[in-house]
Each structure stands twice: as structure tokens, then as C-alpha cells.
Write a protein of this length. Sequence first.
Length: 662
Amino acid sequence: MGSEYTYDEEGETWPFFLLAVLSFILVPVTVKYLYNLRSTSDAKSENASIKGAISQEVAVENAAQINSFQAQKKSSKIFNWSLLFIVVGWSAFVYVALNLVKEADLQGAFDPYTILDVSQFASERDIKSKYRKLSLKFHPDKLPKDLTDAAKQEMEAAFIRINLAYKSLTDEVTRNNFLKYGHPDGPQDVSHGIALPKFLVEGKYSSLMIVVYFLLIGVLLPTIVGTWWGNVKSYTKRGLHIETAGLFTRRLTNRDPTKIYTVYDLLDLICLSNEVRTTFKHLDYNQVRDLIARHLNRNFEYVKTNPSLEAEKVKIVAMLPKLIEGLIEIAVVFRQADIVVTACDLQKSIIQAVKPEGKYQELLQLPYVDRKAVEKSGVKKLGKLFAVSKEEAGKILGIEDKTKLEAALSVAASIGSLRVLESEFKVPGEDVVTPASNAHISLKFLVKSPKLKSCPEIDESRLKDEETLDYMRNPASINEKQPVLPYSYSPFFPSNVRNSWTAFLLSQKDAKLVEGTTSYKLENVDLSNLALDQETWKKGEDVTIGTFKINLAVPTPQNIGIYHFRLILKNNAYFGCDVDIPVELEVKTPPSLMSLKKKEVDSDDDESDISDPEEDTLAGALAALRGQSTQPSKIEEQDDDVSDNESVFTDINTDTEDEGEN
């Protein structure tokens, strides 16, 4: 059996190799591109399909800059180098597949059963019968005369393979060769090669191939791997630059415990981040802070005179929420609840373009409002706008135009808040929370519009969960069965932000986040209640009850007792929607142990009612050995004159004493 090194002169192998390489690269790149493209979907069209979404349009002074930013962002995700690579790559794939790929020659794989089209369990008679039929069909003397030479050669080759297959199953020598070497003719020559034509390796193009190999292996591959590794090392899983993460970590680690961090302190810290400094090198720190202050004050006086500066402001503002979320994640690790709450308020201020300090943010987040009129009115809550006439509401908001007033009130009525009906710790399948168990927090709530007064009475039976198999495995699976929340109404913010609540669990003992827990997102809520009128709302029959399950990452305490916590839900986009409630965790003994202890107590009580055993019985002997009391035998109290029964009692006493000794 010989061995030689050959090349793919006929082009039968290398196209398949090239197609495999192209598909290995193009498939993940295309999937990633389509996923990113999906994230650029129009928020307006998506909101239109979600109940409770705010679709009111507002003409803002910097609309041109916002639209330009959104168009550039969408265009950068559609028309980029990835798209060019995908188009060129799939074009090459199609060209190779249609023009260069030849039908694979599988004749080298010899299988006599397949050639004769018989089962591996076929009898010799069946094999001979099938062989005769195929021989008559492919015998050179039986072929039609009008066949081409190529067809005749193919039929003759098939006839030879049929004979070899028949011998492999009937002739002893041929069969042994097939079983031993995989071929009826015995050992075959083995050729090794590369899926490239010979002229590319040994011809005048050999030096070019060396250069290509060098560029691929020595330059391109290390560059790709180095770039990928550099990005992995430069950014955290949340997309935060490592220098920024280090800055936030150092500040939170070395913070003065007596210092109260304000919203502006956190804003100053975020402006020092690597993302802001490297992206806006042409702006100094004070200029960046000034642009952010203009955004928070809804100051657009300079838009027409300096549109380029407004465009810079839009880019800076769009970057801030991601940095704030990164700061929140780090603060959660350090259990610093005050930083978390303050950062969430800063995030809402950025998204709604409202100053973070003061008491009028609920009204100032509405469109067309006049800040001086709102602060002068003294009204702080959205619900107050629907408790007065529209004329009075217009005075409170400082809006004289009726169309604009209707728009502002429509937005106010669509900002839903949560009214918690039930909040408790639960363990799936258990009536109580047991020590060291995997518990979750169960929230039942109503979504309430500011235009609705009070809350309806809800029957307790509607608050019970159906304990399905999915619920027992993962209680939080109920969250995903509710509709996804729409994008937030934020006409002054340049990017689409999906509305959500973020939950944090605090220990009332030290006012810190519970160790080992993280932040929990509430992104699925049914907003159908926002469309109800006051009469339907008051009846409570048609209201929708929302559910939020929080799977705790840490087990419950091992000691039995009552533990007090605070559950805070911070809305990321709207003021007046936050929730801060106490939650009590009572860890109890498992019911099985309680019943066992009860049985033991009942057993002790029953034993106390039983009289002491007689001293001459087996129970009395055992009691005497344990030091317990016994009572005199009734036999000794019998009259000595009873001679008829004396032998009987003697036998009994003797047996009893023997049992006691044993």
C-alpha cells in the first residue's frame, strides 16, 4: 500500500473548504448585525402596539439636532463595515457555490450493500437475485447503442462495482479483503494533500502564497485576536470602560461616611469618566457641565445661533444613562443604598430634562410647562391636576394654549404608578418560609393613573398564584407572561429608553443593601388600567393585577425569627412612580418538624397518665433498671389460702423473673 502527497487539481475539494471557512465567519457576523439592527427599531411604531404607551407628539426646540443624532445612530448601525463585509462575504459564498463546486465523487466509499441495494440481513438468495437484475441492466452487451461514450464508461464502471460488491458478499477471499481492508481488492493507496491547486503551491505563485500565509497567520490573525482581547480587557460586561469602573470604585471605597452625596456630586463624578473625556476631548470639564446644565433647565435659547453646540450637548446627554447604570451596579456591590437612590434620581432627570433638586419634578416633566408658574402654584403631584378644572390646571402648569394643555394632561394621565396590594416572602410549595431556603419576594400591585382616585377593594382570591410546574421551578417566569413596557415618553432625550422599574432590597437594620443581592428589573407590566374610567376602576372587577416575582440570590437566614427589610422600586424615566415599602420576613420551623415535635409532646403527656408497672413484670424489671418507680405486684396481695391457683401464679411469677433476667 503506497502513500503520496497530491494537490486538488480538479477543484473538487478546495471549494468545499472555502465554503466551510466563509460560513464559519459569516454566520456569527450576520447574526450579530441583525441583532443590532433589530435594536434600532422605531420606538414610535412599537409603542403604537402596546396598551398604555404615550404617543403624544411634542415639538421641541432642538428637534433638528435630536433627529440628526437618531438618524446618524441608526445609519451607523445599518451602513457600516460589518454590512460591507457581510455583502462581500455572502457574494463570494454564492459565487463559489454556484460556479466552482463540483459534484463530489463518493466512489471511494465502498459499501456492497448500498451498491446492490440490499439489506445487511439479506439472504444469499436475495443477494443473487438482486445481482442478476443489476447485471442485466448495466452489462456492457445490454447497453443501448445510442449512449454517449461518457455514459457508457459510467455504466461500465457501475457494472464493475456491482461485480465487486457481489463477490464481497459471496466469495470468501474477496469478502475477507473487504472486512479487513474495507475494499474487495485489498489494501489501497492512500493520498494526502491540501485543498489547493498545485500551481498555487509549486508554480510561479508559490512566493505569493507564502506572503498570503504570512499576512493571514502572522498579521491578520494576531491583529484580530489582539483587538478582541484589548476590547475584552478594556470594558466590563456592562460596557463600562475599566478606567471609569476603577474611578467609580475608588470613589465609593474611599468616600467619607459623613458626606452626603447629592445628585450634582454624582454628575461631577460621571463627567470625569473615560467615555466623556475621550469622546469630547475638544471640550473641557466646565463646558461639559454647562451643556448638561442647559439640558436640565430646558434651555434652548442658543439653538438657532449655535446649532453645532446643541449637537454636542445631545451626544453628551445620550451617553449619560449608561454611565449612571454602571455607577449603580458598582454601588450595589458596595451596598451603598444612598448612592443607588441618588443615581436613579439623576437618571430620571437626564431622561426627562428636569432639574434634579426641588419638589416639582412630577409636573415639570410634562411638556409645555412653565417652571415659574408651577413653582408659584405650590402643586407637587400629578393627581392634583385632575382634581381641579382644566382652566385651573392650565394656570398651575402655566399653559394657555388649549391644544398644548390637552397634550400635557394626556401625558400626565398616562404616567402610571404602582399601588402595592401584597408584598411578602414566599417559598414555592411551602406554606411558610423555612431556614436556609430559596425564597422569593412576591409583589401584587395595581397600575394606577393619576386621574383615578383611591384604590378599589380586591378579593384575596385574585392574589393567589397558580402553582404550575414552571412556577415551582422558577417563580420569576410569571414576570415574562405580562406585556413588555413601552418606551418612555422623553421628547427631550435623544435616544429611545424603555420604561422600567429597578428593585433594591435594603436591610432596615443598617439601611444598606442586603449582602449578596443585586438589582432586579421590572420590565413587563400590563398598563390596561390606564384606560379605565373612575367608575370601572372603583368597582375593581375589570382591573388588571400586576405581578412581580424577585428571585433572591441568597438563601434565607438559618435562624428562626422575624427580619425587617425595605423594598425600593425606582422608575428609570418618570417622577412620582417610585415605591418604597417595608417587607417582613418571618422564618419558621418547617411544618414537618413542628408536627413531629407536637407528637413527641403528646406522647409524653400520654405516658404521664399511665400507672407505674408492677415490679414482678417485665416492664417493671426494665423500669427498675432505669431507676423508675414501680408498684407492688397484685399477686402478693392474693390470699395465701388460695391453694388451687397457687401453682398457676407460681408458674407466672417464675416466667416473669426469667424474662426479667433475660
